[in-house]
Design a protein around this ligand. Structure first.
Ligand code: SF4
Length: 406
């Protein structure tokens, strides 16, 4: 039973409504909907929402029946210094700010080992984008650690985690050149970069990305395309509620689909909702309604019927069931020990809770690796310690061998 504010109440049957009905009637199992249909469906009125969600859920069941996956991870915030100033970000710091920190190699290994003991299989490296380009303090710190740049340090820390633990690194370092994609792909089976949005309007003065040089959509599309050329399993997604329109959401999803159609490397599409925090520049910005969130997930599923689609449970608590009803097939990375540093006020659900609620909806909850089963063959072609670790970590069906009862 859906218990949320759909945010589009009060619409009356009109010609426009007939358009939604036609769009719903035109959905064909296993066939991706067009951009035009997606533009209709993302604005569908409340009275048609249940039908839209049912269509999305049916596609999820055709794609991956009976199972919802998650990645048991530790979050490694390698540095929270960042040269960008996104209006919604609570993670970033300037040097000297309270809480500004760059982890030492010992701290990295300590977190990874603790996660290993709790059955984690993913070390998610999250960090600010190239802080040394803006801050001499970061250049000094890196020099003291013995590295030329944040990316050189990240590469070494991925290698360290790979060597010292059973965890598999999944770096999220921001924009990357072709050379850096090659280098990081040698020490991690998959990586990620949120596209967030294709809207350039968010770069305007006062908008979410007005002081965020790394959030220019064309640059992010270039990084994701480069990963595709190199056949690197890649996680991306969109962030909704930061000033974009419903049309922008569809265009962002279509851009991701186009990249996957071209290169076949998008292993996961995240639909993430903006959550407000008191200390961010966008502290007075309205959050997207749950109706908007569910419509976006459902449209993502129908645009990409064969994609892994996830939505973060901690940003949508307590409405886990509704996310399942909208067609997700994965909960993303969930940590039994480290907080969500990007949204620290939203704790991850207890894994036992997540399992019980997933099972109550009729699904089995399975632990996966940071790289999805269908993308493992590409990752397994790598040589050396990475391939060895992958072989040791995976089951015959490509999920996590270290799987633990949640
Ligand atoms: S969202 Fe990422 S790129 Fe933007 S300020 Fe925060 S850490 Fe930097």
């Amino acid at each position: 039973m859906i218990r949320v504010d759909w945010g589009l109440s009060g619409m009356t049957p009109t010609l426009e409504h007939a358009g939604y009905r036609d769009a719903l009637a035109g959905i064909r199992t296993g066939v991706p909907i067009s951009r035009e249909t997606a533009l209709q469906l993302i604005r569908c009125p409340d009275e048609d929402l249940a039908e839209l969600l049912a269509a999305a859920r049916a596609e999820k069941e055709r794609f991956k029946p009976g199972v919802i996956t998650y990645s048991r991870k530790v979050f490694i915030p390698l540095t929270n210094l960042c040269r960008d100033y996104c209006g919604y970000c609570i993670f970033r710091r300037d040097p000297g700010d309270p809480g500004a920190h760059t982890m030492t190699p010992d701290e990295v290994v300590e977190v990874a080992r603790a996660g290993e003991k709790l059955g984690c299989t993913e070390a998610l490296f999250s960090l600010g984008d190239k802080p040394e380009l803006l801050f001499p303090e970061m250049r000094e710190k890196l020099c003291h650690l013995g590295y030329k740049s944040t990316l050189h340090y990240l590469e070494a820390m991925c290698e360290l985690v790979l060597r010292e633990t059973k965890l598999l690194p999944h770096p999220n370092p921001g924009l990357l050149s072709a050379e850096w994609i090659t280098r990081l792909a040698a020490v991690s089976p998959s990586m990620g970069l949120m596209l967030e949005t294709t809207s350039t309007a968010l770069l305007a003065p006062g908008a979410a990305h007005d002081n965020a040089p790394d959030k220019v959509p064309a640059k992010r599309l270039r990084t994701i395309a480069e990963a595709g050329k190199q056949n690197v399993p890649f996680t991306t997604g969109l962030l909704i509620g930061i000033g974009e329109t419903a049309e922008d959401r569809v265009d962002t999803l279509v851009a991701i689909r186009d990249l996957h159609d071209r290169y076949g490397h998008i292993q996961e599409v995240i639909v993430q909702n903006f959550r407000v925090k008191p200390s961010i520049p966008m502290a007075n910005w309205p959050e997207p309604s749950q109706g908007e969130m569910l419509r976006t997930i459902a449209v993502a599923r129908l645009l990409m019927p064969n994609a892994n689609i996830q939505a973060p449970p901690n940003l949508n608590a307590p409405y886990y069931e509704e996310l399942l009803e909208a067609g997700i097939n994965d909960w993303g990375g969930v940590s039994p020990m480290t907080p969500d540093y990007i949204n620290p006020e939203k704790p991850w659900p207890h894994l036992e809770q997540l399992r019980l609620r997933t099972e109550a909806k009729g699904f089995e909850l399975r632990q996966r690796l940071p790289v999805y089963p269908e993308f493992l063959p590409a990752a397994m072609k790598k040589s050396g310690v990475l391939a060895e670790k992958l072989r040791a970590a995976k089951t015959d069906d490509g999920l996590a061998r270290l799987e633990r009862a949640a």
